[in-house]
Design a protein. Structure first.
Length: 317
């Protein structure tokens, strides 16, 4: 008998789902019209596949009494109730490393899109404004600028490495200074924002970072500053962000994540100095295939009695 596995969302490319179907009896919750009934039917499932955004709360974990392993398609752990999983002895795997390059590429793309007015320029051409004789306002160059990183793990360091070709100076904020990194440490986030032309948010979500980027940080970044968020919407206080943009206290924002996805405040949608994308930083065929394969490999390792390839950090819970 194939082990039963609950899958919360279709994973892509198609070969990922094909690999799961080949090895497991799947309960695909996104296809269920009655989620509660579907979970009851999956009460003997030993595995759960979820995403960083969907996660697995205590109620979902409780609804699966036979659950032994959770495999997360993503690096975000804030939506997974890790203490509840640990209390049940449930193994938890995730997909670090394989999405670093894709997400970092997206951060650079967002910086360039905002600084060089790519989205505005596209609309400018499409709606006939250029043909009518008007000129688009000047953008600005990232070359030689100071970029601050809120979070300087794998992704932050890769963004800094990519931006190094532009001759940027890198600062970073973490709870403590890191060893062996080629960037200057700032113990105070507001001080870092004040010294930066761009702040890239690439830290973990969760209670420890909720609304960390607030009005004081945005005002410090200033009327020429750019905020880029490729992490979690919860890290940025969205009302403060909107107020800062409307008042001219912040120059612009480029956002791939939001507080209440997929809902995006109308105020952000109408701003010309804001670039918006639908949480697609890891959305390349290559990255998603690598992530999906690691999801499958973590499950395979568990069900063959081996350690997970990439276990989620559970120490201290």
């Amino acid at each position: 008998m194939k082990p039963e596995v609950v899958v919360l969302s279709r994973l892509g490319p198609p070969e990922v789902m094909e690999a799961l179907k080949a090895s497991y009896q799947l309960h695909c919750l996104w296809e269920a019209s009655d989620r509660k009934a579907a979970l009851m039917a999956a009460s003997s499932a030993r595995g759960l596949v979820t995403t960083g955004s969907l996660g697995a709360d205590a109620a979902l974990i409780d609804a699966l009494p036979a659950l032994e392993v959770i495999s997360i398609n993503g690096v975000g752990l804030d939506a997974v109730d890790l203490p509840a999983a640990k209390a049940r002895g449930i193994a938890v795997g995730y997909t670090p490393g394989v999405l670093t390059e894709g997400v970092a590429d997206m951060a650079v793309a967002l910086i360039l899109a905002a600084s060089r007015k790519l989205v505005q320029g596209d609309r400018f051409v499409r709606n006939g404004t250029w043909a009518s004789g008007e000129k688009l306002a000047l953008g600005w160059s990232i070359r030689g600028k100071v970029v601050g990183f809120l979070g300087f793990g794998r992704i932050g360091r890769e963004v800094a490495r990519l931006l190094s070709v532009f001759g940027i100076s890198a600062l970073y904020h973490e709870p403590e200074a890191l060893e062996g990194v080629a960037a200057d440490y700032c113990s105070d986030l507001t001080t870092m924002a004040e010294a930066s032309d761009v702040v890239v948010v690439c830290c973990a979500g969760g209670a420890a970072t909720r609304n960390l980027v607030d009005a004081s940080v945005l005002r410090a970044l200033g009327p020429k500053g750019l905020l880029v968020n490729i992490a979690r919407g919860s890290v940025v206080c969205e009302p403060d962000l909107i107020a800062a943009l409307q008042a001219g206290h912040l120059g612009g924002a480029a956002l791939d994540v939001f507080a209440d996805e997929p809902q995006v405040p109308a105020a952000l949608q109408v701003m010309e100095n804001v670039v918006l994308t639908p949480h697609i930083a890891s959305a390349t065929a290559e990255t998603r295939l690598a992530m999906g394969r690691l999801v499958v490999e973590n499950l395979a390792a568990y069900f063959s009695g081996k350690p997970l390839l990439t276990p989620a950090p559970m120490d201290g819970l």
